[in-house]
Design a protein around this ligand. Structure first.
Ligand code: ZN
Length: 673
């Protein structure tokens, strides 16, 4: 709910975060490719500049992060750890031919379950369908472990029988989502039983409710329904002890008292399992604003529970990216200037605008449910009353988006879909940078700008509200990214860079985002509707301009080599159209003009041109890009003196995907069964 995820398919822009990063790289960003997955590496710029104490803190926190891996595997399905153990045993000891078709299929399967932290796909949640034979697998287990597997036993069924535990999270309409989901959060229970259990436990009058069910497995036994709480001394206790061991070390090198208090509270929560302590921890975490190093570690997001209660274990350790955060602060401290100069009717202007501060971070380690597939932003905590009373923290992870962008630069997508080398070069130089500025303007100012006229219902735009709101924030960002003020503030490098953002918006909104739509479908998702709305409204506006005043259209579809492209002829005019649309979107919101809002969305944001759609799908397919991407982590190595004190922490890159997975299983596992 609060995570910002990236879908690899959307990464269209050929660009290269910073030139230096590209030129200095010694190995490719892409380090493995199998099934529908591409594995990338990421860098941790700035780690060397941390103080020894901060580096030590990062080191302890990364150890605490890596220890939680097996919890997630077990949460995802109760057979996962045993299957992983068998597969790794075969993987390591196999001595047969590597060109044997069973081996090839087995190698892919093992890589897939590593990536998914279990036998179900990380995104679709459908069980993998192995292409090696049951007999081959049983023979390998027999030769290497001396174990005879029961051909029809549960373990073999979990791997080979696609009618058994077919889907991890089943939320289909009309099914019993508990009984029909393969995750390990519930046992012997029906959806009704679970709902009744929590209906009885919850007190709807409590204004500050705990996150019910967040840290336990719910099981029906002969004597009733029990919660197996995940804590020291409880379920996953041995693993949680290891996490606590490293958190206790981290507490000793905390940067300040506020941070220490939050780490200590997290430790206390891991020991007690008491969810009131988790809320207390979350409040301390929100208030920790001065630490350079930060982390999340625990049962956080609940996407894997069909009822959205139980938290999958995850951890991300990070530190503040001061240079990029300075940019977001520059933008938010000038919020009033942007509001005063916005091309909207004076009646809709805010007299006093407060920018929302967001932080840019550098990830140091990804773990649990954030590894290898990871979000590019985080907005926590999830508890609604804590957000309302104590606030929340929003971060974007720059080194991860930089790695995505750098990897996309070599994908060929830019060359396939951009009009000429001019657009390609612009994207290469500025797209990652402009993307970040766009996000800042959208998040820190766009949503916060403008006001409703007195008496206007904030929900007046109903089902069109979220598309129109995203469009308003996006068009605000587009209008301002071309403003000389940004160059003056030092937010934009020069007066040309915004053009990369304009081209990307028009190409994506008019064409390339269609790769995410199935043939025959309309555009449904709010962000995609908003991008189409802006692009198609602007295209039509340009045609109208030509009809009235002659000349070239500012933007048009053009054909080359039998293919369709977007061509921009006049960026200044494009900006003036964006200004007009911003004025209109603000009017619609401020007045609550439902009919006009509905008309905009339905006319420009929903429909798909079938011929163009088919063409885009075909061209995209020919690029053979992996739909999903994830990462391997760097290694952190503590350098100690003779008395065992840490005198430095080195960061080591270059470990490959297979070795990392095998090392994690070997060094961070006490749950093998
Ligand atoms: Zn938004």
């Amino acid at each position: 709910m609060k995570k910002i995820a990236i879908i690899a398919v959307a990464a269209f822009v050929a660009c290269s975060c910073s030139k230096q990063q590209i030129e200095n790289q010694t190995e490719s960003w892409s380090i493995d490719r199998f099934a529908d997955i591409e594995v990338l590496r990421y860098e941790v710029p700035g780690f060397e500049n941390l103080s020894l104490k901060q580096k030590t803190l990062v080191y302890y926190l990364t150890e605490a992060a890596l220890w939680g891996r097996d919890i997630l595997w077990d949460q995802n399905c109760r057979y996962n750890l045993r299957i992983r153990q068998l597969c790794e045993m075969i993987f390591t000891n196999y001595s047969g031919s590597k060109s044997d078709s069973n081996w090839i299929a087995f190698e892919q399967y093992t890589k897939q379950i590593w990536f998914a932290n279990g036998i179900h796909h990380h995104y679709s949640s459908a069980k993998f369908n192995p292409k090696f034979s049951k007999e081959w697998f049983a023979a390998q287990v027999k030769t290497q472990l001396g174990i005879t597997l029961n051909a029809n036993g549960e373990l073999m069924r979990a791997i080979f029988d696609n009618t058994y535990l077919p889907i991890k999270v089943n939320q289909a309409d009309g099914v019993d989502v508990i009984a029909q989901s393969a995750g390990n959060f519930y046992q012997n229970l029906t959806q009704t039983e679970v709902e009744q259990y929590y209906a009885a436990a919850k007190n709807s009058a409590d204004p500050n409710p705990i996150m019910f069910g967040l840290n336990s497995q719910l099981v029906k036994t002969d004597t009733g329904i029990v919660e197996n709480v995940w804590r020291v001394g409880g379920m996953y206790g041995e693993t949680i002890e290891r996490i606590v061991f490293w958190l206790e070390k981290a507490s000793q090198v905390a940067e300040n008292e506020q941070q220490k208090a939050s780490i200590d509270k997290l430790i206390s929560f891991y020991k007690s399992g008491n969810l009131t302590e988790f809320d207390e921890y979350s409040i301390l975490w929100v208030k920790d604003l001065n630490s350079k190093v930060e982390f999340i570690n625990g049962f956080i997001e609940s996407y894997s529970d069909p009822l959205g209660m139980r938290g999958s274990w995850e951890s991300i350790v990070n530190f503040k990216d001061s240079a990029n955060t300075a940019r977001t602060e520059l933008i938010s401290t000038n919020a009033q200037w942007f509001e005063n100069n916005s091309p909207i009717d004076n009646r809709f202007r805010k007299t006093e605008v407060k920018g929302v501060t967001a932080k840019v971070i550098t990830a140091a380690i990804l773990a649990g449910d954030s590894y290898p597939s990871t979000p590019i932003g985080i907005n926590l905590p999830n508890s609604n009353w804590i957000r309302a009373q104590h606030g929340s923290k929003s971060v974007s992870i720059d080194n991860i988006t930089a790695a995505y962008d750098a990897a996309s630069a070599g994908s060929g997508a830019g060359a396939e879909f951009m009009w000429s080398n001019q657009e390609l070069n612009m994207a290469d130089k500025y797209a990652h940078y402009v993307d970040n500025v766009h996000t800042d303007l959208h998040e820190c100012l766009g949503h916060a700008s403008g006001k409703l006229l007195p008496g206007v219902d904030p929900d007046a735009l109903k089902a069109y509200g979220s598309t129109l709101e995203e469009a308003r924030a996006d068009i605000f960002a587009l209008y301002y990214m071309a403003d000389p003020k940004l160059v003056e503030l030092g937010v934009m490098p020069n007066a040309e860079a915004y053009k990369a953002g304009y081209y990307q918006q028009m190409m994506n909104g008019l064409m390339t985002q269609l790769v995410r739509i199935l043939p025959g479908d309309n555009i449904e998702e709010a962000h995609m509707r908003n991008r189409a709305l802006i692009a198609y409204w602007t295209l039509e506006r340009a045609q109208k301009d030509v009809a009235e005043n002659g000349g070239l259209p500012a933007v048009e579809f053009a054909r080359r080599d039998g293919k369709t492209f977007v061509k921009i002829n006049n960026y200044d005019k494009l900006r003036s159209y964006f200004g007009e649309l911003l004025g209109e979107l603000q009017r619609i919101k401020s007045e609550g003009d439902y009919e006009a809002g509905r008309n905009l969305v339905e006319t420009y944001g929903v429909k798909v041109d079938t011929a163009l759609h088919n063409e885009v799908l075909k061209r995209y397919q020919s690029l053979n890009l992996a739909p999903y991407r994830g990462f391997v982590n760097p290694r952190y190595v503590a350098v100690r003196n003779d008395s065992g004190d840490i005198i430095d922490v080195k960061i080591v890159y270059g470990e490959n995907y297979v070795n990392q997975m095998l090392r994690y299983s070997k060094n961070y596992s006490v749950m093998a069964q």
